[in-house]
Design a protein around this ligand. Structure first.
Ligand SMILES: Nc1ncnc2c1ncn2[C@@H]1O[C@H](COP(=O)(O)OP(=O)(O)OP(=O)(O)O)[C@@H](O)[C@H]1O
Length: 337
């Protein structure tokens, strides 16, 4: 990422975002005080073990949470507050200003509709007066950007491979030229070659269109290859955030260190995993949520809840090993840029 991007006004600002699901045994706090900024043209990887709240965060940003989920905090897109916004305005913003790309394109594409008609429908939902020919031209352009020959626009979804369907989904997501794309495990179902092609295309789009991109993934390798910054989530919170090169070469939080130790690289001799399991989010432990699994914990870790604090010029970590974390330099589990 360039310094120019880093200093740009964020397209997305999230402050103290909290999401809780109502469950038969109580409220489950899936996202618990997350703050994050994403600049135009910047890609941020959101990583962490299964169940740490990554997808909930993506859905919350789009306000696509299931009924019964409670959400609070602030989410601004291009300066506009989205929390509490009316349903009509939200529908306009979704798809037009921000788009979500999911893992399973086939569940989102209607098998009985030609690909071009998906585009006509999506475009007219936002701009009802768009003529069909104009919408089709927009579709062809978006498909071309994603490497799909426009001559195939009138085919049906089943006539495409899985990788092509995912490209179609991304093309549908970007056809209205959004400021922000949230991609939730966009390549998990694909083989590695197709995965690399799609990540390349997303990366090109981001640069050409100055898109903000949030990439939610289990795969740290993907983040290393394609993201500018990485936010590591644990038990509903961001525990470390900073430039990818810095966090991956010199991780500061013991959880990030453990995650990286569990990744296979060219010189891996023995694969380590982090002992234990993430906490139950119905009743998280007091103090640091990672303390029960942490090999570097010391006395206050089980009582003092650390906040993100600067650990270098550009990286923050929420760990009591670093001065400032006990009081919370940001006062919340905040990530400032
Ligand atoms: N609809 C729901 N109702 C109740 N609890 C939910 C619901 N959706 C998710 N959760 C819980 O919220 C927590 C966070 O889940 P989430 O899917 O956001 O995590 P994740 O990091 O995206 O995991 P994965 O990588 O497996 O998708 C988990 O404890 C999960 O069981």
């Amino acid at each position: 990422m360039t310094d120019q991007n880093r200093s740009a006004t964020p397209v997305l600002s999230v402050r103290d975002l909290r999401v809780a699901y109502a469950t038969p045994t109580g409220m489950l706090h899936a996202v618990d005080g997350v703050s994050i900024d994403v600049a135009a043209g910047e890609s941020v990887g959101l990583v962490g073990e299964s169940g740490c709240g990554k997808s909930t965060m993506g859905k919350a940003l789009m306000q696509l949470l299931p009924p019964g989920a409670e959400m609070s905090g602030s989410v601004t897109l291009q300066g506009e507050e989205l929390v509490g916004i009316n349903a009509r305005r939200l529908r306009k913003i979704r798809g037009e200003d921000m788009a979500l790309v999911f893992q399973e394109p086939m569940t989102r594409l209607d098998p009985l509709m030609r690909v071009s008609d998906h585009f006509v429908e999506a475009i007219r939902a936002h701009r009802p007066k768009t003529k069909k020919d104009e919408a089709r031209a927009m579709a062809r352009e978006a498909l071309m950007q994603m490497g799909i020959p426009p001559t195939r626009a009138d085919n049906y979804p089943h006539e495409f491979s899985g990788g092509m369907r995912q490209r179609i989904m991304i093309a549908l997501g970007i056809v209205m030229r959004p400021y922000l794309v949230i991609a939730d495990e966009p390549t998990t179902a694909l083989d590695v070659i197709v995965e690399a092609q799609i990540l390349d295309l997303l990366d090109r789009l981001r640069r050409e269109e100055d898109l903000g991109l949030i990439l939610i993934t289990h795969n740290l390798g993907i983040v290393a290859e394609t993201c500018d910054r990485v936010a590591v989530m644990y038990a509903g919170r961001i525990v470390e955030v900073g430039p990818v090169e810095e966090v991956f070469t010199d991780p500061k939080h013991p959880y990030t260190q453990g995650l990286l130790r569990s990744v296979i690289s060219a010189d891996t001799v023995e694969l380590a995993s982090i002992d234990g399991f993430p906490p139950n989010l119905l009743d998280p432990p007091t103090g640091c949520r990672f303390a029960p699994r942490c090999d570097q914990r010391f006395e206050p870790c089980t009582t003092v809840d650390p906040s993100l604090t600067p650990v270098s010029d550009a990286t923050r970590a929420a760990c009591l090993l670093y001065p400032g974390a006990e009081t919370g330099a940001d006062a919340t589990h905040e990530m400032a840029r």
